[in-house]
Design a protein around this ligand. Structure first.
Ligand code: SAM
Ligand code: ZN
Length: 263
């Protein structure tokens, strides 16, 4: 049986050929790409738009975040898991590698953006990808051994609900110095803020690994990188255009990968 539950009545969903259906006859089509939309009635799709998804895909395909992906897989190697959820999986760059490295595991991915889910399901044929909100996940209680959060909104209460006892949360976040050189080009003044408190209610920290390195990026990659950040939509057109005159730039990539256990 899959971990999916009906977003309307909360009972398990059973997969038949191209449909997922609950015993109360609520049914959800599996798209031709392989994902299922479980946002629930009346819920609109938000999340990253097509431009952000495409920019992230080009940037990630350049290999610039491969070191982070490798670091996340190393953390996962220490965790015994059969069912893993990539919450806010985007277009599946990390999900795909996890499917390949942990062949025996059952991998789920969720994203609120239909465009992202579409890409993720094309990329990760063996993963179970759905469109849904991380704050209202269509999975039964205590389904997963591990939830992964890579730069996605933190829905700690839902993670806690869907994790088994002793389940792990692996979370990647940017460090304050992440992309500082790029920000200095775009903005007149840049405040390097202190790292936020990393306590998560209901979880205890098991380990923390920092991954810091330099990336040499050309104009196109700099623009893609900026487009996939949360700052993009808050930045004026004039400031965004400043990147056009930079032929190449060495930029710091700096992340922390946290492993928590459900307490
Ligand atoms: C910065 S991206 C990270 C994507 C992916 N983890 C990666 O690093 O390539 C954040 C992702 O979270 C998704 N997202 C935003 N709000 C969400 C929500 N409430 N529920 C589920 N996904 C959400 C966005 O659509 C986007 O794909
Ligand atoms: Zn139902």
């Amino acid at each position: 049986m899959s971990a999916y539950i009906c977003p309307v009545c909360g009972v398990p969903l059973v997969k038949t050929d191209k449909v997922m259906r609950c015993e109360n006859n609520h049914s959800y089509d599996i798209s031709s790409k392989g994902y299922v939309n479980l946002l629930g009635p009346g819920k609109s799709v938000r999340g990253d738009d097509a431009d952000m998804v495409a920019a992230r895909r080009r940037f990630l395909n350049s290999g610039s975040y491969d070191a982070l992906r490798g670091g996340i897989c190393k953390v996962l190697e220490k965790i015994p898991f059969e069912l893993l959820l990539d919450a806010g999986c985007g277009e599946g760059y990390y999900t795909k590698q996890i499917c390949e490295k942990f062949e025996k595991a059952e991998i789920y991915g969720l994203d609120i953006s239909k465009k992202a889910a579409e890409k993720a399901s094309s990329l990760c044929k063996n993963a179970n990808i759905c469109v849904a909100s991380a704050y209202r996940m269509p999975y039964a209680d205590h389904s997963f051994d591990c939830v992964l959060n890579i730069f996605s909104p933190l829905a700690a209460d839902e993670y806690k609900r869907v994790l088994k006892a002793g389940g792990r949360l692996v979370m990647a976040v940017p460090l304050p110095e992440h992309l500082s050189e790029l920000k200095r080009i775009v903005y007149d003044s840049v405040n390097i803020k202190e790292m936020k408190d990393t306590d998560i209610p209901g979880f205890s920290l098991v380990s923390k690994e920092n991954i810091v390195y330099q990336m040499k990026l050309d104009t196109a990659l700099l623009k893609d990188l900026f487009t996939m950040t949360p700052y993009y939509h808050k930045t004026s057109y004039e400031d965004k255009m400043k990147l056009d005159s930079v032929a190449s730039l060495t930029v710091t990539a700096a992340f922390s990968v946290f492993e928590y256990i459900k307490s």
